[in-house]
Design a protein around this ligand. Structure first.
Ligand code: 2AM
Ligand code: CA
Ligand code: CA
Ligand code: CA
Length: 282
């Protein structure tokens, strides 16, 4: 069992640690980095991703020896994704927005979520370059630098700023789908943004700076913290097919409200149908 007092203690401890870890990113972002690729030329990792994850997991494990971890770089190096259990589990993306970090583009962050009994309890997303600290506790609302944030009430795609990840178009097998959806978004919305950090983009939807975000092909660590932050800010996250969202196999439609999320699901279905039609005609 983990009490509310235990969660308070976990939150305070990990919040301090996250802020401390931000120094690693701040000190390194302008300098040269040792860059390796993982799944392809577009899938980058640096020594700092690994250093951050090691620092975070070692420090949390020392304080909470029974807690479990799902961290991007550990999963990459062991090639196995642990199952999410009922145990307190820290879901960690040590640097979300590695491509931005590599290019010294200041939209990058640390993302840490805590799941207990498969329920997200804590979400922390910290951009140490722009000094933006997004936090949420289940049932207690979401904040940016200590001030409450609220998701957008806009219900129409035509009045929305829509976000997605264009970089997935580099993967040939999904290129047509990604570009088809992008075309549909740009044709209908006030504008589209593709910012290169799933965690931070979710937080921008949470604070009402964008109306919605959609991306498939993400992993639990990209979204765990951001999903709680959006929900606590009054927004919604559903699966791209319109069903219930699953953090361990995230296909994300996140929006300021349910009506807009459903509109986005419909738009994506329509775009995919058009893409399929084009393919069949060729
Ligand atoms: P990352 O920076 O931690 O890899 C845009 O690239 C967003 O998609 C980022 O949040 C990025 O997380 C995420 N993403 C997930 N898998 C990715 C991959 N294989 N290559 C690039 N980005 C990936
Ligand atoms: Ca990565
Ligand atoms: Ca990530
Ligand atoms: Ca990462």
């Amino acid at each position: 069992m983990i009490s509310n007092e235990d969660l308070d203690y976990c939150y305070d401890f990990v919040l301090k640690l996250t802020i401390e870890s931000g120094k690693i990113i701040r000190d390194a972002i302008q300098g040269s980095k040792k860059i390796e690729t993982k799944a392809g030329d577009w899938d980058l990792v640096t020594q700092y991703d690994k250093k951050m994850e090691e620092f975070l997991i070692n420090s949390i494990a020392k304080e909470f020896p029974k807690h479990k971890f799902i961290g991007e770089e550990t999963v990459s190096s062991t090639n196995s994704l642990p199952e999410l259990t009922d145990e307190p589990t820290w879901i960690i993306d040590p640097i979300d927005g590695t491509t931005n970090f590599v290019h010294s583009f200041p939209f990058t962050c640390v993302s840490i979520g805590l799941s207990v009994k498969k329920e997200l309890e804590i979400g922390i997303v910290y951009n140490p370059i722009l000094e933006q600290l997004f936090t949420a506790r289940r049932g207690r609302g979401a904040s940016l630098n200590g001030k409450p944030i609220h998701a957008s009430k806009v219900e129409k795609l035509e009045h929305s700023l829509l976000c997605l990840e264009a970089s997935y178009a580099t993967i040939e097998s999904i290129r047509d789908t990604v570009l088809g959806r992008m075309e549909a978004f740009v044709s209908v919305a006030h504008g589209i943004r593709t910012m290169g950090s799933a965690a931070l983009t979710l937080c921008y939807v949470a604070m009402g700076a964008a109306e919605a975000y959609h991306t498939d092909n993400l992993m639990a660590w990209d979204v765990a913290a951001g999903v709680l932050i959006i929900r606590e800010a009054g927004g919604v996250v559903i699966d791209t097919n319109g069903g219930e969202f699953n953090v361990m196999s995230p296909k994300v439609v996140a929006a300021g409200n349910h009506k807009l999320a459903i509109e986005l699901v419909k738009l994506i279905k329509k775009a995919d149908f058009t893409t399929l039609q084009k393919k069949l005609l060729h």
